[in-house]
Ligand binder design. Structure first.
Ligand SMILES: Cc1ncc(COP(=O)(O)O)c(C=O)c1O
Length: 396
């Protein structure tokens, strides 16, 4: 079992393991006449009518209502709400970052020595894993998903073979539900990688879209977040950018063993979550914020079904690939004869939609197993209606 054999120290970069974290002013004192952090006691340089550019909660803390002060470096309240939302008993499992993109970068910085270690990804997948690896001078090993018929599942035997062959792989990124595949990865396959004895590194499960995999009762049994209590080699990344509709505040979450979370918290910039982001995140994670999120998710899911049905009825739209477990769909555009998925036509449709018809989708035809595909985010009923009308005009 992973718990017995996982040696965290052996997999963390030695310089990070040895890091003595920066102790910031707010770690020591946060009340009184604060002359300890070289802030500006005269207040923010904002027009007097906008001294507080966002609506403050009635129980606003000092740093909430004083933007000239550095924010809380620990954000305990957000972590408490997240622990309760994700069914974890302790806030010690959490790291908060500037979007999931900060968690992805941090994972690579903490576990991979530049120019030496590697990550493993399973294309087609989210592009930032490769970008962050390149920025950090870390090589990328690719083991594609099984893309046959839009299955988009892990090829576990091939992943295991790659891991066994190369001990310099320190991180495996699994995107579930995947982007651009929209497909939840089988839990048994994730466990197979977590339990694989010959692999000494960590497994990241990127669950940016996990809240779109809900049951009728609004539960999300698809999340692996609670598994961090069982697997010390697991890191789950989530975000407020998707189901909570807060991409603008840049609030990402990583959930892991308390030891890994501590290392992430030691390594991050001290005040990475801004006060305005924190206020908005706390409001979104309140009971009424969560019920608003659930209501938006259920509307997105019913729009997703409607969009899929309508897309299928359009001429020259082929299969809708993948499991449709996220807030987007992956639709094939066929050639004029209506037989084969066609990149040239899909690209033309994408350009025409964006440049002449005012509807922007994502062309994904060059991704493995996504020949001729457009990735279409589920919009409002009106937005989807306009997309469908314009697609009908273009393809009909
Ligand atoms: C799979 C996946 N992970 C992470 C992200 C980035 O999320 P964030 O906005 O939290 O940085 C995205 C954004 O599209 C994504 O698709």
């Amino acid at each position: 079992m992973a718990r017995d054999r996982f040696d965290l120290q052996a997999v963390v970069r030695p310089n990070i393991w040895a890091l003595k974290p920066y102790r910031c002013a707010r770690d020591d004192y946060s009340t009184g006449i604060l002359l300890d952090a070289n802030e500006n006691s005269f207040g923010p340089a904002l027009p007097l009518t906008h001294q507080s550019p966002i609506t403050l909660p009635t129980d606003a803390s000092y740093s909430d209502s004083h933007l000239e002060r550095y924010p809380d470096p620990h954000q305990a309240e957000i972590k408490t709400s997240l622990a309760s939302l994700r069914g974890l008993s302790s806030t010690s499992h959490f790291f908060l970052g500037v979007g999931s993109d900060e968690s992805i970068d941090l994972v690579i910085r903490v576990f991979c020595q530049p120019g030496k270690d590697k990550i493993l990804i399973c294309p087609p997948t989210y592009g930032m894993y490769g970008v962050c690896a390149q920025v950090n001078d870390v090589e990328v090993v690719k083991v594609s998903l099984d893309v046959e018929g839009g299955r988009f599942q892990l090829q576990t035997e091939l992943v295991k073979k790659a891991l066994a062959a190369d001990p310099s792989i320190k991180v495996v990124f699994i995107c579930s539900p995947g982007n651009p595949t929209g497909t939840l990865i089988n839990h048994d396959d994730i466990r197979t990688i977590l339990n694989f004895e010959e692999y000494k590194g960590v497994v990241v499960v990127d669950e940016a879209y996990i809240d779109f995999c809900v049951t009728e009762a609004g539960q999300s049994p698809a999340s692996t977040a609670k598994w961090v209590e069982e697997y010390p080699n697991l890191i789950v990344c989530q975000t407020l950018s998707k189901s909570f509709g807060l991409a603008g505040i840049r609030l990402g979450v990583s959930i892991s063993s308390p030891q890994i979370a501590q290392i992430f918290n030691n390594t991050k910039a001290p005040y990475n979550i801004s006060s305005p982001s924190s206020i908005i995140a706390r409001s979104a994670l309140s009971p009424s914020g969560i019920s608003q999120m659930q209501s938006h998710v259920s509307r997105i899911l019913s729009e997703r079904s409607r969009l899929i049905t309508s897309l299928k009825s359009l001429p020259s739209i082929g299969r809708i690939l993948g499991g449709n477990d996220a807030n987007f769909v992956l639709a094939e555009v066929l050639d004029k004869e209506g037989g084969k998925a066609c990149n040239e036509r899909a690209f033309g449709v994408y350009k025409e939609l964006a440049e002449k018809l005012g509807v922007v989708v994502r062309y994904r035809g060059t991704e493995l197993g996504c020949e001729g595909c457009l990735r279409i985010t589920v919009g409002t009923e009106e937005e989807n209606g306009r997309l469908l009308e314009r697609l009908r005009g273009l393809l009909g």
